[in-house]
Design a protein around this ligand. Sequence first.
Ligand code: GLC
Length: 561
Amino acid sequence: MANEKDWWKKGVVYQVYPQSFKDTTGSGIGDLNGIIEKLPYLADLGISVIWLNPIYQSPLVDNGYDISDYYSVNPEYGTMDDFKRLLDQAHRLDIKIIMDLVVNHTSDQHEWFKKSCESRDNEFSDFYIWKDPKEDGSPPTNWGSTFGGPAWEYAKSRGQYYLHLFAKEQPDLNWENPKVRETIYDMMKFWFETGIDGFRMDVISLISKRQDWPDAPDDAIYTKSYYIGASNGPRVHEFLHEMNQEVLSKYNILTVGETANTNSDQAILYTDPEREELNMVFHFDHMHLDYGPYGKFSDIRFKLSDLRDVMTEWQDKLEGRGWNSLYWSNHDQPRAVTRFGNDTNYRVESAKMLGTLLHMMKGTPYIYQGEELGMRNVRFASSDQYKDIETYGVKKEFEERGLLEAYIKESIFLKSRDNARTPMPWNGKEKYGFTNGTPWIDFSPDNDWINVEDCLADPNSVYYHYKELIRLRKELPVVVDGVYELINPGDSAVYGYTRTLAEQKLVVICSFSESKVNYKLPEELKRSSGRLLLSNYPDTRKELGNLELRPYEAVIYYIEA
Ligand code: GLC
């Protein structure tokens, strides 16, 4: 796989959130040596790539998405030598490593920003986005920021406002300035020369801002109201093409852009190989299905028909033109089994079903740490147990709006990013094999019964199902290259599709129902003879035919003409 050009189409990516993966020093914070220690676990699962959330020097206001030095490793996680050892050991196991590239903004503790604040006419003055106040002293636009409050912060030293789409400690870089771009490209080259295999690009759809600085309409969701002037901005494709020519095209790497507020037509612009920008993007359309009147934090549940429409749209649109990334969860999202499955009576079945549905689609699948164990959202007893800046921002905003306490609690339980950030449970013993110290965030109360050791000991665990899904992708070209086709657009409980590559066909049928349901196969499939490849029940029928699907049953049949 190593020197093949499109290797990233064939593998599965596993996302490691370093802070919560494995602590080897007793600090309560995961570290690079902890990741090295667990490489054999990841190799056994069969993944080909690790995506590391940011490990750079950072005051950790937003858990590392506020970088104060792009060239050094945060001492909480280890040293540059530890990082090089991690790269080396991963490569020996045929595992590649991609890093997070956070270049929409830096930390306010970055030297560039400190200098930029000093005056209007030094080398770094235009590294960030500074604007004069309006005549009445108010900010240049009415935009809100992602974590609450206005997107502009006044700095007395310059008598100007600077833009921050996220926390005020995360000032936005000025991509209009060619020197900024050049400095970023140099930094990227440094990491490629160190040996990394790619970048996941943080909020990359936001780097180009409209230069006419429009106000957002009054009815925009406040914390996203900057989209009007910042998402998929006028020069974003020009910048990424330039980045591609200057840096990316020179290396055999994986690039995936996180692209908020990007539809499937725009995704083609980012990922069509002929345009020479990125390999793939993370879209949010399926994440939006349970948004409520205030955005992400709501108590709404998704509808199967919406999910099927969205996934099918992305599969169809990008066919032959771009490439999909496939994910249910990450460090910004709640746990998949709670959100899309049933995390009580059918936790194992529904976690396996979700894995099946996603991993058999066309694109590169991403597994977020703990998803392969079927980890669930965490109901923290007290609100002080939350650590995340977004959760605190939302809580404040909802309290100011006078929303009911029960609603605030429930929407935080359902959507807080901390659901995904509790330490990885390696066993069911004291401190769960994560640390010898006090963890930086509380453990999930589920760890006694949902943990790696128990999953490895149970042949029916979610872990082994994921392992099989990964194996199938490696073994069958149809899983990588087959064309997707939806087979049951109107079904109220079942999501079924096929993948076809020349004479090979996969039939994937997944039930989202808690009851037993009949599933009638379309006539043309009935005539073919398929054999069962994988299911999440022990006694699914071996030949393809009409099915009585049990709760959350998921089946994959293989047809070879
Ligand atoms: C991305 C990251 C998220 C972070 C934000 C600001 O969405 O995934 O964790 O808070 O960007 O960098």
